[in-house]
Design a protein around this ligand. Structure first.
Ligand code: GLN
Ligand code: ZN
Length: 765
């Protein structure tokens, strides 16, 4: 029998149990025992689910209370000093490192005030990991034995598991050096960390684990020579250690071939590769195996929600079997299932036709098992027939295909994607119409999403208030936000986005071609989960989506009002995309739908329009080269398709955040004004890079993730610093991002101080 294997299962629970209990623990409503019990129950439930589905190789240590990379930092004692001096319980150290901790002093304990470690996106996913932070004083040693405990926990339930750990080379490479040790290159710590890895591996072996899965996902990145060489050092070190479990070295999310030389011949039991993302690599990776090495063939997508094409998956696995024999092949998910929602059967409201096309984590278990059975010669004809029927129904469905949209995409030309005049000519027109002062002030769009807003939205969704009542409520919110902005003297106003639950979902719900789940949560970071909408078919806009609110807001003021839209790339990236059509085509379809909206806004008298693209950086392909330049080309083209239908006088804004943005990546968007997250960027070279950006920019002046209120002096100092390298005539004044997660008190104070500072500079002009 060919074995089936799952690289990891979502840890959040079918009903977000982990989030609910973790947040209750943070707010002091449940105690640590309760939290640990919920974790234990979730693990048991997930293992049993996999076992019952017939999965042969089940992962353990895939569970985490916050993040699996952070767990390793705790396990290996990679804990900066600032977290250790309060005598916190281990789980509180974990949370303090993940999200910071502020606690008042009590009779017996001192006050605690520590910021969180940096959090970064996990490869090209929307999952964030907590970045290991090393310093010269880092002392690797084992702190506890979480992987062993969880292995034994499963064993006690009668379930044999394969523990999973992020590997040493990836762990170091994904980390960074702390402020006080900037000369330290994390990869240079390899020889120090290897013995500690070996120690935990030996403990796993002693507990009975025969095999471990070691993840080295960085193998799909462009790697410096030094890092490539580190694989040999690491895995030969383990091989020389007697008594360790066998190692399956796993990588995913891309093509390993450019780094194949770094792993070829390593003394490990086998490799796992992702053949969903890169089926083309199969011949070469097979050739690179030594005679006894096993190949774990990732054919069930861990990153998306589509039912697998089982026939195709079987063909890939058979190829491997023909080459190396069934006993050396494992059928697997492409990556951990962490990035997929838990269970489709919880979806009660999905249209039956569409629901039949999906497969969430629980359903994917059955898919892996069916493929393994099929290649072992078992009769799976029933399942196979049903799968074929579903796949062809989707391909032929009227929901999937819209000839009009396809024709429209085919007719996109350069003229449609180019503004009528170049930036300087547009700017001259815009100056005439808006007559803005120097250092114009604005915000990024959203204002605090208060409890009152959420309550009213809920009532409306549940039918407890009428559409008319809800509309009146939204209008009153818009009005008070407009009055506030006038009162403190902002120059370009926004309507505050009170009608939006989420910046992608809000538009997705109004577009044709989208579907929504009611419980399709996926972990984004810590206790923050997202529920990405699903692109199921060709996208179009049946009717205007935001015009009513923007026009109403503009009617309240003589100052310019910004229309506010989410850009095509961000709509694509923060949804589950289709897998039957390229990302480029989906992005262009979104661009066309947004073009209609932008044009309608202009027609209705809204002459400043912001199209947000915060996800543009995260979509960048993992490796440099043709795919990356192609992406940048179509990402910019989609944006320009959306925004080039307007007259010169209409000012197009865009906004970017959550990343180290390269100004070269956004030039081709040709927005008149961009705003970017910037308050934590201190590197003068970085400001310099942006000063060469041709159009106008607002470099974000305060952090919206924190309730802290910067004083006017602080704003003045920051503006002065930026002005050393950045020209005043291009300077816009704004926060880092939208204010929806902030309270009103700090919003009012911060913005007032920001506007005051802008006025001081204006007076000097
Ligand atoms: N306009 C959006 C807001 O202000 C932008 C959010 C974002 O960039 N993430 O909320
Ligand atoms: Zn933002």
């Amino acid at each position: 029998m060919v074995q089936s294997s799952v690289l990891g299962f979502p840890r959040i629970g079918a009903n977000r149990e982990l989030k609910k209990t973790t947040e209750a623990y943070w707010s002091g409503k449940v105690n640590v025992e309760e939290l640990l019990k919920v974790g234990k129950d979730l693990r048991a439930h997930n293992w049993k689910l996999q076992k019952d589905a017939g999965v042969d190789v089940i992962a353990s240590n895939d569970f985490s209370y916050y993040d699996q990379v952070l767990d390793l930092s705790l396990l290996f004692n990679v804990i900066p000093d600032r977290y250790t001096k309060f005598d916190l319980a281990p789980i509180d150290v974990l949370f303090a490192m993940g999200r910071g901790l502020q606690r008042k002093a009590t009779d017996s304990t001192p006050a605690v005030d520590v910021t969180a470690l940096e959090m970064v996106k996990w490869f090209d996913s929307n999952y964030h990991y907590v970045r290991p932070t090393f310093s010269h004083s880092t002392q690797f040693k084992l702190n506890g034995q979480k992987p062993v405990d969880e292995y034994l926990e499963a064993k006690a339930l009668g379930i044999e598991t394969r523990p999973v750990l992020v590997g040493p080379v990836s762990y170091l490479f994904l980390g960074k050096s702390d402020k006080d040790s900037l000369d330290l290159d994390p990869i240079s710590l390899l020889s120090k960390i290897l013995p500690v890895y070996a120690e935990i591996l030996a403990k796993l072996a002693a507990a009975g684990a025969k095999t471990v899965q070691i993840d080295e996902p960085i193998l799909v990145l462009d790697l410096p020579q030094k890092v490539q060489a580190a694989f040999k050092q690491a895995y030969e070190f383990f091989a020389q250690h007697a008594g360790l479990p066998e190692i399956i070295l796993a990588t995913y999310f891309g093509d390993v071939r450019p780094n194949l030389a770094a792993v070829e011949g390593l003394p490990v039991a086998g490799f796992h590769y992702d053949f969903v993302r890169c089926p083309e690599q199969i011949d070469e990776v097979i050739k690179a195996l030594t005679p006894k090495q096993v190949l774990s063939v990732g054919v069930i997508d861990g990153r998306n929600i589509w039912k697998a094409d089982i026939t195709k998956a079987i063909a890939v696995v058979k190829k491997a079997i023909t080459a190396i024999g069934a006993e050396r092949v494992i059928v697997a998910t492409s990556s951990s299932l962490l990035h997929t929602p838990v269970d489709l059967s919880n979806e009660k409201k999905l249209d039956a036709e569409i629901k039949d096309w999906f497969s969430f984590a629980t359903q994917k278990l059955a898919e892996v098992v069916v493929v393994a059975k099929a290649v072992s010669g078992a009769d799976v004809s029933g399942a196979l027939e049903a799968n074929k029927k579903s796949i062809s129904a989707r391909a032929a469905s009227a929901i999937t295909n819209d000839a009009k949209v396809q024709e429209r995409v085919a007719s996109i030309n350069e003229k449609m994607a180019t503004r009528a005049s170049a930036f300087n000519a547009r700017l001259a027109e815009q100056k005439k119409h808006f007559n803005l002062p120097a250092f114009p002030t604005t915000t990024i769009g959203s204002f605090p999403q208060t409890k009152d807003i959420r309550i009213n939205r809920n009532k409306f969704t549940k039918g407890e208030i009428t559409a008319e009542q809800y509309e009146k409520f939204i209008e009153s919110e818009i009005e008070s936000v407009v009055r506030f902005q006038e009162e403190i003297g902002l120059d370009v106003l926004v309507h505050g986005e009170p009608e939006r639950n989420d910046m992608v979902q809000y538009f997705g719900e109004q577009l044709k071609g989208y579907a929504f789940t009611s419980n399709g949560w996926v972990q984004s970071y810590g206790s923050r989960y997202v529920r990405p909408p699903i692109i199921v078919g060709d996208i179009s806009r049946p009717k205007a989506m935001s015009v009513k609110e923007s026009v109403y807001a503009q009617s309240l003021t003589s100052k310019p009002m910004k229309g506010m839209l989410t850009g095509p790339v961000t709509c694509l990236r923060w949804s589950f995309p289709r897998n039957d059509v390229s990302h480029k085509v989906q992005s262009l379809q979104l661009g066309l739908a947004l073009r209609d909206e932008v044009n309608d806004l202009e027609k209705a008298g809204v002459y400043v329009i912001q199209v947000d693209e915060p996800a543009i950086r995260e979509g960048l392909p993992l490796r440099a080269g043709a795919e990356r330049s192609d992406y940048l080309q179509w990402a910019a083209q989609s944006f320009r398709v959306a925004t080039s239908g307007v007259e010169d006088r209409t000012q197009i804004h865009s906004h970017f955040c959550y990343s180290d943005l390269d100004p070269n990546h956004i030039k081709a968007l040709d927005a008149d004004v961009v705003s970017i997250e910037f308050s934590k960027k201190d590197d003068p070279n970085y400001i310099q890079e942006f000063s060469e950006y041709p159009n106008h920019i607002g470099l974000g002046l305060f952090d919206i993730h924190s309730p802290r209120i910067p004083s006017t002096d602080e704003f003045v100092a920051r503006i002065q610093e930026i002005l050393k390298v950045y020209p005043a005539e291009k300077f816009w004044v704004n926060p880092d991002c939208g204010l929806k997660t902030r309270g009103w008190e700090e919003t009012r104070a911060s913005l007032t101080n920001m506007v005051e500072a802008a006025k001081l500079f204006r007076a000097q002009q």
